[in-house]
Design a binder for this molecule. Sequence first.
Ligand code: BG6
Length: 474
Amino acid sequence: MSFKEGFLWGGATAANQVEGGVAEDGRGLANVDLMPHGKDRYSIGTGKKIVHACEEGAYYPSHQAVDFYHNYVQDIALMAEMGFRTFRLSIAWTRIFPNGDEEQPNEAGLKFYENIFKECKKHDIEPLVTICHFDCPMHLIEKFGGWRDRKMIEQYVKLARTLFTRYKGLVKYWITFNEINMILHFPFVAAGLRFNQNENEYQAMITAAHHELVASALATRIGHEIDPENRIGCMLAAGTYYPQTCRPEDYWKALCDNRESYMFIDVQSKGAYPSYALKWIEQNHAHVPFEKGDKELLQDNTVDFISFSYYSSRVSSADPKNGQQTESNIFASVINPFLESSEWGWQIDPLGFRITINELYDRYQKPLFVVENGLGAKDTIASNGAIQDDYRIDYLRKHIQAMKDAVEKDGVDLIGYTTWGCIDLISNGTGEMEKRYGFIYVDRDNLGNGTLKRIKKKSFYWYKDVIASNGEIL
Ligand code: BG6
């Protein structure tokens, strides 16, 4: 057997991509609520187009999403039917603190997640909770300018402490921030940053990143103090960069691109900024805004495990004019001619998954947790009502095999695997509903039409067998 006993098989979601119920039970407005479907989504997400409120005439898919808010009992039962041992979900910050800066939490929000965790327990499903998956109260963004202000740390820590206290005994696995390296690529979504003209944007992103890193270390400390059983992890948008050619310049570029992401995890896992990062930041006319005690805090409060998403490998070229560009989870990459692509141009590379897993383990020597992997694809319902998503099964089968090789043949310590969007949800990058990842289909289209009815896809039954056989039957 390659996967250890108790290996955490399951699926993953994020609050803003499944819940809906945007104004229910006192929930406040967050950055993610201002992300429309359509052409402005990307410029808002990168902080270039500044928005303060929802705009008339625009469609905001997350406002109803797939209405997990009212369907979680049924949805968790479906996950249990597949044999899930874990379910990754995130907390909508503004359900707990609608504006962010209240002194007391909103009981209705706390109760909502408590009910979810109890529902999971009923089915022997271990919740894996992301404290912050791309959301930030709009009130704090207006007040502080997002994570560029150090005062955000206090607000986040209050949230984390509230969650650790309230859910003690119900939740053991925590992730402090989703894809922390996304700050450099989608800064409004990842850190509530909107940029003024003439601002040193890189400095704002480095400052925000440092504040999130300090907040993450504080949360790790508090989480361990409140319950020593807690296991707290960081989270990386992973996917190794290959050099486009064996030209040394291309290799160097790939190394630099990889390090640009690893520097965040270096801090969270090893407890200090790597020396290259400090030099590069300085050479880019920026600095890390260290305050007294930060270095010791980071050093003393490293994470218990490294979690990451993997969809694809990427390719670097020293010459930006060389080769076509493709998008892979918001990170630009040169096209790899040896790989096929999804309908959205994300390249498919199972061996790259094994390579990425090995690189992370070589670098950090801590348990790894794959918390996102999957294929975004269009699904069609046949006249008999079936959804034959063999393409999704094919993608997942090859990736699970690659993960198995990493465990069995390379000796990597892996805790679990959660596929992204186990139930169809709103795409973070495009806002589309029809970019589906799920084993469970949700009847809803890009413009919000549909009954929200759930339908089991072919992959639902396939994944059930994978879990039941602990990855032996693929
Ligand atoms: C990751 C995010 O970046 O990729 C998810 O953590 C996101 O929130 C996922 O949904 C897939 O990306 P997309 O753009 O297809 O939704």
